[in-house]
Ligand binder design. Structure first.
Ligand SMILES: Cc1cc2nc3c(=O)[nH]c(=O)nc-3n(C[C@H](O)[C@H](O)[C@H](O)COP(=O)(O)OP(=O)(O)OC[C@H]3O[C@@H](n4cnc5c(N)ncnc54)[C@H](O)[C@@H]3O)c2cc1C
Length: 453
């Protein structure tokens, strides 16, 4: 029996394990349902091409995270890339972000955006919905030509029903001066949280996560899927028939999944909550192209309805090792609400349009990989806003922490996954009784394990 059980060896689970060990705590076990570790940060290798589960780029703006990356992986194993991304609308490519780069758009659209910004509603009350937030911060023109259609597409959800608590660092602000300057000149300053990013020189995004996993002393039990969590008896049962008792459970699997496999004590509140947790899914198509440098753009946003995808990116611009020599690659992202069924026709249309946009013939496409992401973007609706904290408190009472992007049911990055794991390890070891935490050095732990073996 281990005191702590971690479910999921994605970045959050691995970071939790790493930080527990770093503090000298080895009395834990980590289980992963897939054959490989990494979760959403895995990469697929096919016919000489490397595909991630859509674009996965490393943004480091936290000093601890940067030092962690330096220590675990080494900065020299990454390329530092400057974003070169665009928006395609009205048959024009404009620089991202839209709110500072109107240059090249038809005059009437530029006018509407500027007019909307100048006359945006002034309110002392905080916006309740994403729709209101856009109107208050950018005005009706920017909303109409980018924010409303794009957000509706990426979340597959009505922008009037979305809250704005997630916007924070993800949506760069603008000023009248920036808007005018960006309407008169072709390229303004690259702004926003992802203006530059790190990407592994070799091996796709999974390569650095594998280096983190390799630092762990305890084994990661892959191919081990948790089937049920008996909250009352504090036991997890696996699909292979085995079970493990726990004193404390750290779950990094999606919260709706955890609630559906949880055997509850008495209330049905958790089961009910499961139905209200909304997220979307993504169909990610990847193409390996037998042509050199088909685009120098990092990625392109597609807000218009006529395109089924909301974004298309070019992994060959992140690292030259993503493709065989003289080749290029493309990833495309189509989102749909998880509870809805995905239409095959949409994928067909998306592939046809991609070929047309980038002038590709069938013979140019030498490999194709379709990846499916069942939990992609959490929907920040009013139900989530009101209930998510209560839900976590209920789980905490049973010595269960549900953490990470899907565990906490939030919109977050790889950096946050590492920080969440670190915080969890600290929290668990500082709030338990002293007897819970028998500190050992790594060498002491290794000697004991060898003796047991
Ligand atoms: C489309 C998209 C693009 C993104 N792009 C970026 C980006 O560019 N930069 C960035 O920093 N972040 C990006 N992210 C976010 C990033 O992927 C996540 O923040 C991070 O991977 C979350 O890690 P996690 O460990 O919390 O979750 P996960 O990676 O989902 O890990 C959970 C693990 O639990 C396992 N599991 C599930 N059920 C069970 C079970 N029953 N039993 C055992 N194991 C189970 C899963 O297999 C998985 O390995 C993106 C996310 C999406 C959806």
């Amino acid at each position: 029996m281990a005191k702590v059980i971690i479910i999921g060896a994605g970045l959050t689970g691995l970071s939790t394990a790493y930080h527990l060990e770093e503090k000298g705590f080895f009395d834990y076990k980590i289980f992963e349902k897939e054959q490989e570790i990494g979760g959403l940060c895995r990469s697929v290798f096919q016919d000489g091409f490397t595909f991630d589960f859509t674009g996965h780029l490393l943004h480091c703006n936290d000093p601890y995270f940067l030092s962690f990356i330096k220590k675990i992986v080494g900065l020299e194993t990454f390329s530092q890339v400057t974003r070169n991304s665009y928006i395609y609308s009205n048959k024009v490519y404009t620089n991202y972000p839209f709110q500072t780069n109107l240059y090249g758009l038809p005059e009437n659209i530029i006018t509407q955006c500027i007019e909307g910004f100048v006359t945006k509603p002034q309110s002392s009350k905080a916006a309740k919905t994403y729709h209101e937030w856009v109107l208050q911060n950018f005005g009706a023109g920017f909303g109409k030509y980018f924010f409303f259609p794009y957000q509706k597409k990426i979340f597959a959800y009505d922008t009037h029903k979305l809250t704005c608590s997630w916007t924070g660092r993800f949506v760069p602000n603008t000023t009248l001066k920036q808007i005018i300057s960006g309407a008169l000149t072709p390229k303004t300053k690259n702004i926003g949280y992802n203006a530059t990013f790190l990407y592994p020189k070799k091996g796709g995004i999974v390569s650095w996560v594998q280096k983190l996993a390799a630092q762990l002393i305890n084994p990661i039990e892959t191919n081990t899927c948790v089937k049920t969590v008996d909250i009352k008896r504090k036991i997890v049962h696996f699909t292979n028939g085995n079970s493990e008792p726990f004193e404390h459970l750290i779950s990094t699997i999606p919260l709706d999944t955890l609630l559906s496999i949880a055997k509850e004590t008495s209330t049905t509140s958790l089961k009910k909550a499961k139905r209200n947790l909304l997220c979307n899914s993504i169909l990610n198509f990847n193409l390996g192209i037998n042509k050199k440098n088909i685009s120098e753009k990092s990625w392109i946003y597609f807000p218009e309805k006529q395109f089924p995808f909301y974004r298309i990116g070019f992994p060959h611009t992140f690292s030259k090792n993503m493709t065989p020599p003289d080749c290029s690659s493309i990833y495309g992202e189509i989102s749909y609400l998880k509870k809805n069924k995905y239409e095959q026709q949409t994928l067909k249309k998306a592939l046809l349009q991609t070929k047309k946009l980038f002038n590709l013939k069938n013979k140019d496409i030498i490999t194709q990989k379709i990846l499916s992401i069942s939990h992609a973007y959490v929907i920040y609706d009013h139900w989530r806003e009101k209930n998510i904290e209560k839900l976590h408190k209920t789980l905490n009472k049973h010595s269960i922490n549900s953490i990470g992007r899907y565990g906490q049911w939030k919109y977050s990055s790889m950096q946050e996954a590492v920080l969440d794991g670190k915080e969890m390890a600290t929290q668990i070891l500082t709030t338990k009784e002293p007897s819970f935490f028998i500190q050992k050095s790594t060498s002491q732990h290794k000697i004991e394990k060898e003796k047991q073996a």
